[in-house]
Ligand binder design. Structure first.
Ligand SMILES: CC(C)(COP(=O)(O)OP(=O)(O)OC[C@H]1O[C@@H](n2cnc3c(N)ncnc32)[C@H](O)[C@@H]1OP(=O)(O)O)[C@@H](O)C(=O)NCCC(=O)NCCS
Length: 179
């Protein structure tokens, strides 16, 4: 029997209040507002409900690219306290998060702290809902990520779309080195 859930992509949801609190906490730490489409910032100390949203998006990433494992987990174990993941939503949820009991999450960009030589940040995975791709979402965040994480690497393997994305960034002088 066919299970239609195997073919559907439902946006996970998170509480508007919890998301808003995560943005506030992040702003307190970094002193600069997160990119325009970002509605939440997840760290190892985030409440489980927020980590759950990122994990569900990581599951879609795994399904689309046929990874053996999910690159994010609800439980924070194995996560460095410097790791940050950015959750995205869309209008009308971008303005007053607290007014919404639940907010749909349509994408996530996950940065990991890597103890390489030299140590630094890496963009480990990014996944946007297909309906919201190609609308400039990642482009609008890119400068912010470069300021925040410095010359971060982008971990392979890269999807075709990501290769094109990075190529466009390098043409416009906004690239980061690739792992
Ligand atoms: C790859 C991804 C993160 C890009 O984010 P996005 O917000 O859709 O990208 P943008 O709209 O900012 O695109 C900027 C530029 O990147 C390039 N680009 C993005 N997606 C592309 C695609 N599918 N094919 C070709 N070029 C693409 C284009 O040059 C585009 O500029 P243009 O719109 O003027 O042509 C997003 O499409 C996505 O989540 N894809 C599925 C998951 C994935 O591939 N993750 C990366 C794994 S390494």
């Amino acid at each position: 029997m066919t299970d239609d859930r195997n073919y559907s992509i439902h946006a996970p949801k998170a509480s508007g209040v919890v998301l808003s609190q995560s943005l506030h906490r992040d702003f307190t730490e970094f002193k600069t507002s997160s990119p325009p489409d970002v509605v939440g910032v997840v760290s190892s100390s985030s409440v489980r409900s927020l980590r759950k949203g990122a994990t569900e998006l990581a599951r879609y990433f795994r399904r689309e690219f046929h990874y053996d494992f999910v690159l994010f987990s609800e439980a924070a174990h194995g996560s460095h306290d410097k790791d940050r993941a950015f959750l995205y939503s869309h209008e009308p949820y971008l303005r007053s998060l607290r007014g919404f009991r639940v907010v749909p999450l349509i994408g996530c960009v996950s940065f990991r702290w890597r103890e390489n030589d030299p140590p630094g940040y890496a963009l480990q995975w990014v996944w946007l809902h297909p309906y919201y791709r190609g609308h400039g979402l990642l482009s609008r965040s890119w400068e912010y990520f470069k300021v925040r994480f410095g010359e971060f690497t982008v971990e392979e393997p890269l999807s075709s779309a990501m290769k094109h994305f990075l190529s466009k960034q390098s043409q416009t002088g906004k690239s980061s080195p690739i792992a």
